[in-house]
Design a protein around this ligand. Structure first.
Ligand SMILES: [Zn+2]
Ligand SMILES: [Zn+2]
Length: 338
C-alpha cells in the first residue's frame, strides 16, 4: 500500500509499505478520506516522520473474527488508540485512557497506524458507523473538525440564548463555529488571518474582531451591553487569546479550552475564579455517546461544506503540506487512492 511520510524539513513524499492485517478485534479499514490536522507543524521542522495523521473515514475490508464491524461497513475512524476496558474507556471517554499500549507490540504489525495511508488498523469499537446518505468526506469531519468543539460546547452547555466568544478560526475554530451556529448561539470570532476572517463571516459570525486591536476587549464588551459573553472557547492555543476569553466572559460564565498550548496561562484565583464565579473547562475530544449528536450536525448543518476548503489526492502531499502550512485554507481532506 501507499502512505505519505515526512522525509525531512519541508519535504514530504509517498512510500510503498506492507499492508496491515486484522488481528483479534482489530479490523483493517480502507481509507477513503483522511483530513489534515496539525501534521504541518512536523512538516515545517522535520525530521522524518513515518506515522502521520489521526483522522479518517473509510470502509472495513478485513476482520479476524466476528465482532462489532463487518466487511463493507462504512465507518468513521476515531482518533488515537485506547485499551477499551478501563473506567474512562467504558464511560466513552476513551480519549483520556491512561493504558495506551504499543501499537506494534499488540498487533505485530509495523504498519497500520498512519491515517495518511491506503489502509489502517483499528480496534473495532473505535470504528463508528456512517449513516446512509452521508459521504466519506462529510463523515470525516466527525474527527478533529467538529469533535473537540462539540465536546467543549456541550460541556459548556451553549444554547441559543448565549453569546459565544470564539478565539482562533483555523479548521478547529471554524468547526466550532459550525457547532455554535447549530446550537443557535450568537458568535463573536477573534481572528486576524484574512482568509479565515472571510470564512468566519461567510459562516455567519456576528462580528469578527482583530486580536491585534488594543481595544479588542472593549469591542467585545460593547457587543454585549458591557456585560461580557456567556461562553468563551479558545481554539487558538495562544496565551493572549486564552486570557481574552477569561476577561471577556461575564460573571458566572463558562470558558472552555481546546487549542493546544505549551505556554503557561497566568490565572488569578480571586478576581478570575472566585469573585467572577467562572467555570473553566478543558476538553480534548467528545464522548463516544455524543457521536450521534456530531453526526446530526453533519447531516443538518448548512455550513458544513464551508468547513472544507480543499480536497486533494494524497499523491500531491507536498503541495497539500505547503497549503496547510500557509494557513490559506480551512480543513483540507486527502484522498489516499488518488
Ligand atoms: Zn482505557
Ligand atoms: Zn486532528
Amino acid at each position: 500500500m501507499r502512505k505519505a511520510v515526512i522525509l525531512g524539513r519541508r519535504q514530504a513524499g509517498i512510500v510503498e509499505v506492507p499492508q496491515p492485517h486484522a488481528v483479534q478485534n482489530w479490523a483493517v479499514v480502507k481509507v477513503h478520506v483522511t483530513p489534515m490536522c496539525t501534521e504541518y507543524k512536523q512538516y515545517l521542522t522535520g525530521p522524518r516522520a513515518d506515522v502521520l495523521g489521526h483522522e479518517a473515514a473509510g470502509e472495513v475490508v478485513e476482520v479476524a473474527q466476528p465482532g462489532r464491524v463487518r466487511l463493507g461497513d462504512r465507518v468513521v475512524v476515531m482518533p488515537l488508540y485506547a485499551c477499551g476496558t478501563c473506567p474512562l474507556c467504558v464511560a466513552g471517554d476513551y480519549i483520556y485512557c491512561q493504558n495506551v499500549s504499543s501499537f506494534s507490540a499488540f498487533t505485530g504489525d509495523q504498519e497500520g497506524q498512519s491515517t495518511y495511508a491506503q489502509y489502517l488498523l483499528k480496534p473495532d469499537w473505535l470504528l463508528l458507523p456512517i449513516p446512509e446518505g452521508v459521504s466519506y468526506e462529510h463523515a470525516s469531519l466527525a474527527c478533529c473538525a467538529l469533535g473537540p468543539s462539540y465536546g467543549a460546547l456541550r460541556a459548556a452547555n451553549l444554547s441559543a440564548i448565549d453569546t459565544l466568544l470564539l478565539t482562533g478560526a483555523g479548521p478547529v475554530g471554524l468547526g466550532a463555529l459550525v457547532n455554535a451556529r447549530y446550537r443557535g448561539a450568537r458568535t463573536i470570532v477573534v481572528e486576524s488571518n484574512p482568509y479565515r476572517v472571510d470564512r468566519a463571516q461567510a459562516m455567519g459570525a456576528a462580528a469578527v474582531i482583530d486580536p491585534r486591536d488594543p481595544d479588542a476587549l472593549a469591542q467585545i464588551n460593547a457587543l454585549t451591553n458591557g456585560v461580557g459573553v456567556d461562553v468563551a472557547l479558545d481554539c487558538s492555543g495562544v496565551v493572549a487569546a486564552q486570557r481574552l476569553c477569561i476577561d471577556a466572559t461575564r460573571r458566572r460564565g463558562r470558558v472552555a479550552f481546546i487549542g493546544e498550548c505549551h505556554d503557561d496561562l497566568p490565572i488569578r484565583v480571586s478576581p478570575d475564579l472566585i469573585r467572577k464565579g467562572l467555570t473553566l473547562i478543558g476538553n480534548w475530544h467528545y464522548n463516544l455517546a455524543d457521536y450521534p449528536g456530531v453526526m446530526h450536525v453533519i447531516q443538518h448543518s448548512p455550513l458544513l461544506d464551508l468547513l472544507v476548503s480543499h480536497v486533494l489526492p494524497m499523491s500531491r502531499i507536498q503541495e497539500a503540506f505547503e497549503l496547510s502550512a500557509s494557513q490559506q485554507c480551512a480543513k483540507i481532506l486527502l484522498k489516499p487512492w488518488a
